[in-house]
Design a protein around this ligand. Structure first.
Ligand code: KG4
Ligand code: ZN
Length: 339
C-alpha cells in the first residue's frame, strides 16, 4: 500500500510517501521558522495561510521524487491533532478532498503517535513493547507502548513542555526562535557547572514533570547576571540544558524500574539535542537499556512519520470519513488499538 502523509499541525508543512513494500519513497519539508522569527513564536493565522501556499507545490515535488502520479496513491494520512486548529484544517482539507477525488481511503493521525513511531523508519528500529519519552514543543510525556494504539500514559509535564522551556529561556536570553537548537549550540561552549540549576520534581515520587519553576529560576539568574558577556550566556545555556536532561533521565530511569521494559524510544523535537542523546545513551547503556531515536531531520515535525503511522492504520483497515477531522486537543491514550 502506498500512502501519502501530510503534516500541518504547527509551523512545518511536511509531505511524504511511504510504500509498505519499499519503505519511505520521498519526503519534503517546508519550515516557516523565518516567517515567525520576528514574533518570537508561531503566529497561528500566519501559519495556516502559509500552509495553504506551500502544500500543493510540495505535493507535486514529493510525487515527482517518488516517480509517482496521484493516481498511484492507495491512501492518504493527515495530522488530525493535537495542534493549531487552522493549520490542522489545511492538511485535513487537502487530504480529505484529494482522497475523495481519487476514491481512496483517508485517515486522521495523532501527531504524538506519529512522533512515537518515527524510529520505526530507521534501520535500528525498536520492537514492541517499549517505553517512549516524547519531548516536543507542546508535550513531554512518558508512555508505555504495548503496540500501535496501545498506549498508557505514565507521566507528563504538569506545565511547560521541555521544548517550550527551551524556547522561553531562549527568548529571555534574546536568542532566536525556535530556541532549542540555539541553546543546544551555545551550551556546547559553556560550563554547565558554573551556576546551580534545580532538577524539578526529581525528589518526588512518580513520573510527572514540571519545567516552569526551572524557567523562573533561569529568568531570575538572567536578571542577576550580565548576559551581554558571551561566556555568561553560554554557561546559562549549558546549565539550563543539563538540568532539563538530568530531569528527563531521572524520570526515564524510574519508568524503566517501574515497568521492567528494556527499550526506550526518545522522539519529538528535543530528541534532536545531541547532549541529551549522549547523556541518555551513556547512562542507560550502563543499565542494559536499548535507546532508539529517529534520524535528526525526523525528530522535529515531518510528513514521513505521518505517512508511516497512516500506512500502519490504513493497512489495518482503519478509515476516517470525508468529514475533516481536527482535534486541537486529543489524549494519546484514547486511540484505537491495532490488534
Ligand atoms: O516535535 P516538534 O518539531 O514540534 C512539536 O510537536 O511541538 O518540536 C519542536 C520543539 C521546539 O520547542 C524546539 O525548540 C525543540 O523541539 N528542539 C530542540 C532541539 N531541536 C528542536 N530542543 C533542544 N535541542 C534541540 N537540538
Ligand atoms: Zn511535533
Amino acid at each position: 500500500m502506498i500512502v501519502l502523509g501530510i503534516e500541518t499541525s504547527c509551523d512545518e508543512t511536511g509531505l511524504a510517501i511511504y510504500d509498505g513494500e519499499k519503505g519511505l519513497l520521498a519526503h519534503e519539508l517546508y519550515s516557516q521558522v523565518r516567517l515567525h522569527a520576528d514574533f518570537g513564536g508561531v503566529v497561528p493565522e500566519l501559519a495556516s495561510r502559509d500552509h495553504i501556499r506551500k502544500i500543493l507545490p510540495l505535493l507535486d515535488r514529493v510525487l515527482d521524487n517518488s516517480n509517482l502520479k496521484k493516481e498511484n496513491l492507495d491512501g492518504i494520512a493527515y495530522t488530525a491533532g493535537p495542534g493549531l486548529a487552522g493549520s490542522l484544517m489545511v492538511g485535513g482539507a487537502i487530504a480529505t478532498s484529494l482522497a475523495f477525488a481519487l476514491n481512496i481511503p483517508v485517515i486522521g493521525i495523532h501527531h504524538m503517535e506519529a512522533h512515537l513511531l518515527s524510529p520505526m523508519l530507521e534501520e535500528k528500529a525498536p520492537s514492541f513493547p517499549f517505553l517512549a519519552l516524547l519531548v516536543s514543543g507542546g508535550h513531554t510525556q512518558i508512555v508505555s507502548v504495548r503496540g500501535i494504539g496501545d498506549y498508557e500514559l505514565l507521566g507528563e509535564s504538569l506545565d511547560d513542555a521541555a521544548g517550550e522551556a527551551f524556547d522561553k529561556v531562549a527568548k529571555l536570553l534574546g536568542l532566536g526562535y525556535p530556541g532549542g537548537p540555539i541553546i543546544g549550540e551555545l551550551a556546547d561552549k559553556g560550563n554547565y557547572k558554573k551556576y546551580h540549576f534545580p532538577r524539578p520534581m526529581t525528589d518526588k515520587p512518580g513520573l510527572d514533570m514540571s519545567f516552569s519553576g526551572l524557567k523562573t529560576h533561569t529568568r531570575n539568574l538572567i536578571n542577576e547576571q550580565d548576559i551581554k558577556i558571551p561566556e555568561v550566556k553560554h554557561d546559562i545555556c549549558a546549565g539550563f540544558q543539563e538540568a532539563v536532561i538530568d530531569t528527563l533521565i531521572t524520570k526515564c530511569k524510574r519508568a524503566i524500574e517501574q515497568t521492567g521494559l528494556n527499550s526506550l524510544v526518545i522522539a519529538g523535537g528535543v530528541s534532536a539535542n545531541h547532549r541529551l542523546r549522549k547523556k541518555m545513551n551513556d547512562t542507560l547503556k550502563q543499565i542494559g537499556i536499548n535507546v532508539f531515536y529517529s534520524r535528526l531531520e525526523f525528530c522535529t515535525d515531518n510528513g514521513a512519520m505521518i505517512a508511516y503511522a497512516g500506512h500502519a492504520r490504513l493497512s489495518n483497515g482503519e478509515r476516517s470519513t470525508v468529514a475533516i477531522e481536527t482535534r486541537p486537543r486529543w489524549p494519546l491514550d484514547t486511540l484505537r488499538e491495532i490488534k
